[in-house]
Write a protein that binds this ligand. Structure first.
Ligand code: DGJ
Length: 723
């Protein structure tokens, strides 16, 4: 719901309120974001104080209490005396660096806005507020877009910059989101890591200065995630005020939080300003990616429920909003590049007999791709490995009752490829420099002719057989980036144009193959972001398939992203990344914290393990709706010294729940523990694994007794049904 009254703009969702106000000088002040409050002008909270060394704009005259450096800004601009984090940094034709934004007008539009060529939440029933600011001297207009997803408790933001003048201006930075808090006592939680160890939560109080999580790697990265939380110092899973902010973007980003000299906090989120400079010619418009905000005063569980629901229902697109996902078998860890049609069919046969539904042929099926040294860019089937091509292979897989899927890495090229030999100038590489990673180079996806070429080759392959799934991988960060298609003064556009090119390719694929499931991947979870989820409803969570490590990675991922988006597989032991051996039962429980599948040769398992797998695939099929659509609760934190990692999914009507528990390394004389469950109806009675009758209140307050572990890494699942 949007209220606009005399320069006061109030946005209400079901449980939150967001407000801004144009002050008498036309400066748009941020007055509030938090739990829902009654309609009122919240600017009464803003104190005007004379602060030394804080500049005063001309029109304030002798009123030294009016300074942009102190007041809470809705969209901060560099150069006019606000020395905190800028959202907008403009370079004007005369070389000066300032933007002076004043309120001009507003409009309310039905439906939530969409962004051409960029990912965005949907909301046909919702509303959009556009507040127009202008820098009259620079003749630049800034449209602040707000999408109010009332039911989901989400406020989205995006910014459009228009050059209404006669000369080009340069955008050095344009954040998607600026959020000022009139308090300095917040913790920041970022989700950090590295390849095979992504999205570990890292929490700390904001201290004076700036703390940021960012990427200049070209993609959103394994190292940091474009999602952060700000919260009360004592906020936890079930209590405390917390704010989540995500960027729907898959390239260089910066999430920065600053605690200022006067103990206010500013969060900015948007495209990273490093190597960004966009020339906005007269009449042109630049659109930032979308950011989304969510707030909960009941801690992280409720925050995650709201974010998960919004992602599932308003970001993922049909047919994948609620549709079940196939249990897949992927050959990568079983074969690497060393396979032929017989070996694949052999894997598929045993997989089919164990209840798996989709066979995915990973890297190595095309060009001369027999190792990672060659072949990327040549998207034609290697008939030495696969005689008769996909035409011959796919029907054999289908005859087993399985669907067929394919791995691709469209953004990349090996020097040892037909494509590179024909078009060495198509790579994204500065003249005279060469930075390889995994022996590959990135293609210049900012160029349409490059995209067209790759897309038509891929389309031919994808049309040549019935392909139900594609794994879109990318396996390097970008370095020494330069585009032959851009003039030297436009090179600052190249990273963003690359991301726009990537989105264009994904959108074409969605359009031409609307029923194909696309799974994102970036050496595992190096591009796990809400931008990708708009195109790829699931993303391979990590190249680390060790069940115990996965519990931590999936735990961190779960703060923002729902279980149905996390690619997770059972793999062989000892694990290829860690050397650890964990039972088939526990590997299955860990992988059910995701889309669920296998990444091994099922023909190699023992008869006992076959029985376990048969039970797992049947169990997953029976409970997928609960696992993927249920409200998700983190019952323990695997990063703390907890003996168990536990989580729970509860159906929306609270009549069904599934509790999963994995124990850690065994210790002699293990204590007896009762696990307190969450989200049940205290008034209902539940059976646990078909037995007994326990009040929901007892299970939540007094807990459920866990079996004593015997050996390392045991696991249990408890299925609860209301009587
Ligand atoms: C990285 C992915 O994360 C793996 O699953 C696998 O597809 C390899 N690339 C193939 O090169």
């Amino acid at each position: 719901m949007i209220h606009c009254e005399k320069g006061l703009f109030t946005l209400h969702t079901k449980h939150t309120t967001y407000q801004m106000k144009a002050d008498p000088h036309g400066v748009l002040l941020h007055t509030y974001y938090g739990p829902r409050v009654e309609n009122c002008d919240l600017s009464y909270r803003i104190r005007y104080v004379d602060r030394g060394f804080s500049p005063v704009p001309e029109e304030a005259g002798e009123d030294r209490t009016f300074s942009l450096d102190v007041l809470p800004q809705e969209y901060s601009a560099a150069g006019m005396g606000d020395f905190r984090l800028p959202s907008l940094d403009l370079e004007l034709p005369d070389g000066s660096r300032s933007a002076d934004l004043r309120f001009k007008s507003f409009r309310v539009e039905p439906g939530k806005y969409a962004l051409e060529g960029l990912p965005a939440f949907r909301g046909e029933e919702d509303e959009t507020l556009v507040v127009v600011l202008e820098d009259a001297a620079a003749k630049v207009e800034v449209e602040l877009y707000y999408g109010v997803l009332e039911d989901c408790d989400i406020i989205t933001r995006a910014v459009r910059l228009h050059n209404r003048g006669g000369q080009a201006v340069k955008i050095r930075q344009a954040a998607s989101l600026c959020l000022d808090f009139q308090r300095g006592d917040l913790d920041l939680i970022t989700f950090d890591g590295r390849h095979v160890q992504e999205r570990s939560p890292s929490r700390g109080p904001l201290l004076p200065g700036v703390r940021s999580a960012d990427s200049v790697r070209g993609g959103s990265s394994h190292q940091h995630n474009p999602f952060v939380i700000l919260c009360d110092h004592d906020a936890g899973e079930d209590h405390g005020l917390c704010y989540g902010a995500m960027l729907l973007y898959s390239g260089n980003f910066q999430a920065a939080a600053e605690r200022s000299q006067f103990e206010s906090i500013r969060l900015t989120l948007g495209i990273h300003p490093w190597h960004f400079c966009w020339t906005l010619a007269p009449g042109e418009c630049f659109t930032t990616p979308e950011a989304a905000l969510c707030c909960s005063k009941q801690g992280f569980s409720v925050l995650s429920h709201r974010l998960h629901r919004a992602i599932r229902e308003r970001l993922l697109r049909d047919p994948w909003t609620g549709q079940s996902r196939p249990i897949l078998i992927n050959n990568w860890e079983a074969t690497m590049f060393d396979f032929d049609a017989e070996r694949l069919v052999n894997i598929a046969e045993s997989a089919a007999s164990l209840g798996m539904e989709l066979f995915v042929m990973d890297d190595g099926w095309f060009g001369r791709r027999n190792s990672d040294l060659a072949g990327l860019g040549d998207w034609t089937v290697n008939e030495e490995k696969l005689p008769g091509g996909l035409d011959a292979l796919v029907p054999r897989i289908q005859a087993l009752g399985m669907k067929f899927g394919l791995w691709i890495e469209p953004e990349m090229v090996n020097e040892d490829s037909e494509l590179y030999r024909a078009h060495p100038d198509w790579v994204l590489q500065a003249p005279g420099r060469m930075v390889r990673s995994r022996q590959q180079l990135a293609l210049d996806f900012s160029r349409k002719e490059v995209r067209d070429h790759i897309y038509s080759a891929l389309k031919a392959v994808l049309s040549s057989a019935e392909i139900s799934y594609v794994k879109w991988d990318v396996n390097r960060s970008l370095a020494a980036v330069w585009s032959a298609a851009l003039s030297p003064d436009r090179q600052g556009e190249v990273y963003h144009r690359y991301v726009l090119g990537l989105y264009d390719m994904l959108e074409r694929m969605r359009r031409d193959f609307p029923h194909m499931l696309i799974e994102g991947c970036c050496g595992g979870g190096g591009r796990f972001d809400a931008g990708m989820l708009y195109y790829t409803p699931q993303i391979w969570c990590s190249d680390n398939t060790d069940a115990m490590d996965r519990l931590r990675i999936q735990y961190g991922t779960s703060f923002c992203y729902p279980v149905c988006t996390m690619g997770a597989h059972v793999s062989a032991v000892p694990n290829a990344q860690t050397g650890r051996s964990v039972s088939m039962e526990t590997r299955g429980v860990a992988a059910m914290h995701g889309t669920f599948g296998y990444e091994m040769d099922p023909a190699q398992v023992t008869p006992e393990e076959r029985e376990v797998i048969l039970r797992q695939t049947a169990f997953f099929k029976e409970h997928q709706a609960l696992l993927h659509q249920g409200d998700y609760y983190r019952l323990s934190d695997p990063f703390q010294n907890n003996p168990d990692t536990a989580w729970e999914q509860v159906s929306p009507d609270r009549r069904e729940a599934l509790v999963s528990v994995v124990s850690g390394p065994i210790q002699g004389g293990p204590p007896c523990r009762n696990l307190r469950l969450k989200g049940l109806d205290p008034e209902l009675r539940y059976q646990v694994n078909g037995q007994g009758s326990y009040p929901g209140s007892a299970l939540m307050e007094a807990g459920w007794p866990l079996p004593l572990p015997w050996g390392d890494y045991q696991s249990w699942q408890f299925y609860l049904t209301a009587l």
